[in-house]
Ligand binder design. Structure first.
Ligand code: ZN
Length: 474
């Protein structure tokens, strides 16, 4: 790791994407904690008045804010490509989930750490600078708690620390296999814990997360996995301990979940949640794919973030979130790579926009009234929503926010000689065979140089070994 005291703390960019839009000749400065202390525009490096600017690092191209990844299940990275075959006459989310449980039940702490280390490194190379880890495999095989109950959470925290990505750790509460208190399945045994045991896990994890600048929150898995009393007690317990802590929940991802919720309560999942839980700005509603017009309006009104995972939702055949309707109600949103069918911030934005185009037979759907460039509008919104969901000051290139920066390479063939907004468009919509990302800083520390992380080769090697061990036949 680089010694923070010696690392330069100013970056000069000919173009940078600030919260209000693109600016020219931008000088970004941060303090020893990696927090932006100054954002100057129209700086003239030749004038002699630029002072510290002359010693600043020069960005290789336009600088954009690092993208928060608001939804990740790290272990699922190990079986990318291994569920893309037909196993039943009609494969679905639910048949995929059976395969996924098979992988979850072969995971060891060592394998999880190797898989997560590679995944977080990939995220950094692909423009994500923070990750919300929705972590639900808690126990050893068969459901036996580890001697240290936090074993697998700590493996994830170590992976984050090694790569330099910042983490919001969301231990998952999982208690039932269906609405109405249906007992858990045998293959869910590694996920299951009581509400009290969840609150002690959070207590156990508080010093560990604080020590590495991670945020701790809670993820009630879904309404089908957490009965109403437990949901209430767990959220109240969390907020008694950590008042601002984020709460993430999977909601209304699948139509079957909506039907089951209706059969159980007479209400749809989002409708039920809004009536029975204290949903506010600290919440992230992951997926929220199947909502009525009233639910879109009601959920947006709470200030909660919609956690959209476009490539996973496409991979699993979930459905398409109605983004224009959400935005019409002032809804906030961010993106997550979820099952890691794809680990690339730009491709999540592309898939999200393309889903809207396909369903509406229109183009440039997610441009905003103030920002006609789709990639620019989406980046700014997803960074802000992702920051809120992560519970961190990572909402863009402004004083007080963390210096999470991504520099594109202006010499990449897809970008060369284009104006900056078009460079970002080319990065999002047209440079997939090779990444245009040149450098990445997290909290002011450079983690990616020339498109690569220093641990790239070693982490790749360990990942492949861990994957082979995990997919070995029973
Ligand atoms: Zn998920």
């Amino acid at each position: 790791m680089t010694a923070p005291s010696l690392a330069p703390r100013t970056l000069f960019a000919a173009d940078a994407l600030l919260p209000a839009g693109w600016a020219r000749n931008v000088l970004l400065s941060w303090d020893e904690k990696g927090r932006l202390t100054e954002v100057l525009t129209d700086v003239d490096l030749q004038s002699g008045e630029a002072g510290e600017a002359e010693d600043a690092i020069r960005a290789a191209g336009p600088v954009i804010p690092g993208m928060p990844n608001l939804h990740s299940h790290a272990f699922q990275r190990a079986f990318g490509g291994l569920t893309e075959f037909r196993g039943q006459a009609q494969d679905s989310f639910w048949s995929w989930r059976n395969l996924m449980y098979g992988f979850a039940n072969r995971m060891t702490p060592e394998a999880l750490e190797a898989i997560a280390t590679w995944l977080y490194l990939e995220m950094l190379e692909a423009g994500y600078t923070s990750v919300c880890e929705f972590h639900y495999v808690h126990h050893d095989v068969g459901g036996k708690p580890y001697a240290d109950d936090a074993t697998l959470s700590l493996a994830l925290l170590r992976a984050a620390e090694k790569t330099g990505i910042v983490m919001t750790l969301l231990p998952v509460l999982y208690q039932t296999s269906g609405f109405g208190g249906k007992p858990p399945r045998e293959d869910q045994a590694r996920f299951i814990r009581s509400t009290d045991s969840m609150l002690s896990l959070l207590q156990r994890l508080t010093p560990a997360t604080q020590a590495q600048n991670a945020v701790l929150g809670l993820a009630p898995h879904s309404l089908r996995a957490v009965p109403p009393d437990s949901l209430k007690a767990a959220v109240a317990g969390l907020h008694a301990m950590l008042p601002q802590a984020p709460v993430h929940i999977h909601i209304a991802e699948q139509t079957q979940e909506v039907d089951d919720c209706l059969a159980w309560s007479g209400q749809r999942p989002v409708q039920w949640l809004l009536e029975h839980a204290p949903v506010d700005e600290s919440w992230c509603l992951v997926h929220a794919t199947h909502m009525t017009a009233d639910e879109y309006a009601g959920a947006a009104r709470t200030g909660a973030v919609a956690g959209i995972c476009p490539t996973t939702e496409a991979n699993l055949g979930d459905g398409i979130f109605d983004m224009p309707l959400w935005l019409q109600h002032g809804g906030r949103w961010g993106v997550g790579s979820d099952s890691h069918a794809c680990v690339n911030a730009a491709e999540e934005l592309l898939m999200l926009e393309y889903g809207q185009r396909l369903s509406r037979r229109q183009r440039n759907v997610l441009a905003s009234s103030g920002q006609p460039e789709v990639a620019t509008a989406m980046t700014l919104q997803a960074v802000q929503g992702g920051a809120q969901a992560a519970g961190r000051a990572i909402g863009g290139l402004a004083v007080g926010e963390q210096a999470d920066l991504v520099a594109l390479g202006a010499q990449h063939v897809a970008l060369r000689d284009l104006p900056a907004p078009s460079m970002l468009s080319a990065h999002v919509f047209g440079s997939h065979r090779t990444s245009a990302i040149d450098s990445v800083w997290v909290a002011g520390q450079q983690r990616i140089t020339g498109g690569r992380h220093t641990l790239h080769d070693a982490a790749a090697h360990a990942f492949v070994a861990a994957r082979s061990a995990t997919i070995a036949p029973d």
